[in-house]
Design a binder for this molecule. Structure first.
Ligand SMILES: [Mn+2]
Length: 348
């Protein structure tokens, strides 16, 4: 077999004979070098990510934790909310903490996949810290840290990390491969979203060759449904509201639904994608009052529909990607005269 030995642009770090995904960082050479140097020089690193962490937030954070630990550094991964149990198979899961860290005791702070600083629950501390790094693939990230590696072309933050590890000649262990593939698998909607390119499948294939088990990841994250999950899906699917004029398909989950089904917000992951499969849907929206007075909205569309749901989300104070976005609002979901409404939280 003939190998492609063409050298790609590097930053004085590794030049891969076969560029797996290092090309993602072509425009970011200086930033990549600075990130590499900052991490190399650090004895302690705090890794942060977004509230309601998803597979990419968790997989990326733990991939980086595994790398930095092997280099003998003191590393903590802080999550504003507990990571859902379905990710307990991801190596390092037991080390995730929701205990707010004191950032001044860490040499470097790395924030992953978070879009907006407030979603890390660390805004003030990050603004005061001298060595902060952002690695994210959300185009809504405005890069408020010292070193910003924002690559919207990447399918997941784990994809950017893979490129970074490739460029810095970081050996990929089996644990790291599992972390990275979990991030990529979940952020591409189990390789069904528009972001599933031939290139990302090559990355997945490489990670499998390093020991990541795709079937296991798929089973743990998507196929394994517990009773509360099935019950809450039933509620969501039984409450679909279609609007023929706008093409918007909506469903609602109240706080009472969650309690009655003994389900959590995370059990609903995937519902909004299913709503979007209805014919003639422009985009789908799931509203869930996941905690009294706190409503999370999830938006999905598909490439051929020509809708940018992140613009919708931004109008509601959120953000995300063109085809997958979200927002949070305060209020209660209440049905009045057969119409679902968001009513303000009453001050007692
Ligand atoms: Mn992501």
């Amino acid at each position: 077999m003939e190998h492609n030995t063409q050298k790609t642009s590097t930053v004085g770090l590794k030049s891969c004979p076969e560029d797996l995904c290092g090309y993602l960082l072509q425009k970011h050479g200086t930033t990549v070098r600075h990130i590499y140097e900052a991490l190399r020089g650090a004895d302690s690193v705090l890794i942060g990510t977004h509230e309601h962490p998803d597979g990419d937030a968790i997989g990326s954070s733990l991939a980086l934790l595994n790398v930095l630990r092997l280099q003998g550094k003191r590393v903590t991964v802080y999550m504003p909310d507990p990571a859902p149990d379905i990710y307990s198979f991801v190596p390092g899961f037991n080390e995730l903490t929701c205990e707010k860290p004191d950032l001044s005791t860490y040499d470097v702070v790395v924030l992953l996949d978070y879009t907006k600083l407030y979603r890390t629950h660390l805004t003030e501390q990050v603004e005061q810290h001298k060595n902060t790094i952002c690695i994210d693939h959300h185009h809504g990230n405005s890069g408020e840290t010292k070193l910003n590696l924002i690559v919207p072309e990447a399918a997941a933050t784990a994809h950017i990390l893979m490129a970074l590890f490739e460029k810095t000649d970081t050996p990929i262990t089996r644990d790291m491969a599992t972390c990275l593939l979990t991030g990529i698998f979940t952020d591409t909607g189990s390789f069904m979203h528009d972001s599933t390119t031939p290139e990302i499948l090559k990355v997945a294939s490489f990670l499998m060759s390093k020991g990541a088990r795709l079937s296991h990841i798929a089973h743990e994250t998507y196929q394994k449904k517990e009773l509360p999950g099935l019950r809450i899906w039933g509620r969501a699917l039984s409450r679909i509201i279609t609007n023929k004029e706008t093409g918007v398909v909506t469903s609602i989950i109240t706080e009472q639904d969650l309690r009655e089904c003994e389900a959590e917000l995370d059990d609903l992951s995937g519902v909004v994608n299913m709503l979007n499969t209805l014919p003639d849907t422009k985009f789908a929206m799931l509203l869930c009052e996941y905690k009294l007075g706190k409503i999370k909205g999830s938006l999905r569309s598909e490439a051929h529909k020509g809708i940018d749901v992140s613009a919708v989300a931004r109008r509601l104070g959120g953000g995300g990607h063109k085809l997958a976005a979200g927002f949070e609002v305060e209020g209660h979901l209440v049905k009045q005269n057969n119409v679902w409404r968001i009513v303000p939280v009453r001050k007692r």
